[in-house]
Design a protein around this ligand. Structure first.
Ligand SMILES: Nc1ncnc2c1ncn2[C@@H]1O[C@H](COP(=O)(O)OP(=O)(O)OP(=O)(O)O)[C@@H](O)[C@H]1O
Length: 237
């Protein structure tokens, strides 16, 4: 298992009850896993815990067999080898596409940065846009640049938090297909967070259904969606 979460307990300071209690969950290498659940079920918090943006009160998180969190250890987010893509793209608005992508490549020299940037723009089909600013790009193009930026430092794991929600429906489908193709081609392990069953079905190798901080079910998309048909009230299952 590539990501292993064991007996994790997490409590937001200002809330009455812990969001996660003794949660255990794992993600396989090279798979696209989807965390599906309603608003407030804890999906984003789970990503933030894996990324090291929140600190659990108990339990451990391992990535590629290295301990990121346990009683004795806490690895800082930038040292975890994890790429994050959020729904609002989060590109730096005052930087060109080129600068946005090169930003995280701190360990490379100038020539290496240039060649990695060009390679990534080719992967996401944005070769001609290196000198543009984010405001000169469409939503879908910004999303592709955000993906290129997240992939730039060669993360072993890439996580997406509702990456399609700011795009119009036609573009959502296009970007979703493109993303799926890129992930398959590069073989990066990925975790998607969504509340959209159709996205989960289309992109996931596996779905983890969460509700109120608890795992309700997990498995192959068709199976999970079928088994939980009533709960999800899916018209199309
Ligand atoms: N910084 C915070 N402080 C306190 N409570 C928080 C904080 N962030 C989130 N929560 C609470 O934790 C619970 C889970 O939130 P989270 O954002 O992980 O859910 P989600 O499934 O990603 O929801 P959405 O789909 O709406 O983004 C919610 O009840 C939320 O109100």
């Amino acid at each position: 298992m590539f990501v292993q979460i064991k007996d994790l307990t997490f409590h937001y300071k200002n809330s009455r009850e812990p969001l996660f209690e003794n949660l255990s969950l794992s993600f396989k290498q090279g798979e696209v896993s989807v965390i599906l659940g309603e608003s407030g079920s804890g999906k984003s918090t789970l990503l933030r815990l894996i990324a090291g943006l929140e600190v659990p009160s108990k339990g451990s998180i391992l990535i590629d067999q290295a301990v990121m969190n346990d009683t004795f250890r806490f690895v800082q987010p930038e040292k975890r080898g994890v790429g994050l893509v959020f729904q609002d793209y989060a590109l730096f608005p005052h930087m060109t596409v080129e600068k946005n992508i090169k930003f995280g490549l701190t360990k490379m020299n100038r020539k290496q940065k240039q060649s990695r940037m060009e390679e990534l723009l080719a992967i996401v089909g944005m070769e001609d846009y290196a000198s543009r600013y984010p405001y000169e790009l469409s939503g879908g193009q910004q999303q592709r640049v955000a993906l290129a930026r997240a992939m730039a430092p060669n993360p072993s794991l890439i996580m997406f938090d509702e990456p399609f929600s700011n795009l119009d429906s036609k573009l959502q489908l296009q970007i979703r297909d493109e993303l799926q193709e890129i992930l398959k081609r590069t073989g990066i392990t990925s975790i998607f967070v969504t509340h959209d069953e159709e996205d989960a079905r289309a992109i996931g190798d596996r779905i983890i259904l969460v509700n109120d901080g608890k795992i309700q079910d997990e498995g192959r998309p068709e199976m999970v969606l079928k088994r939980n048909k009533e709960k999800l009230s899916l018209a199309y299952v």
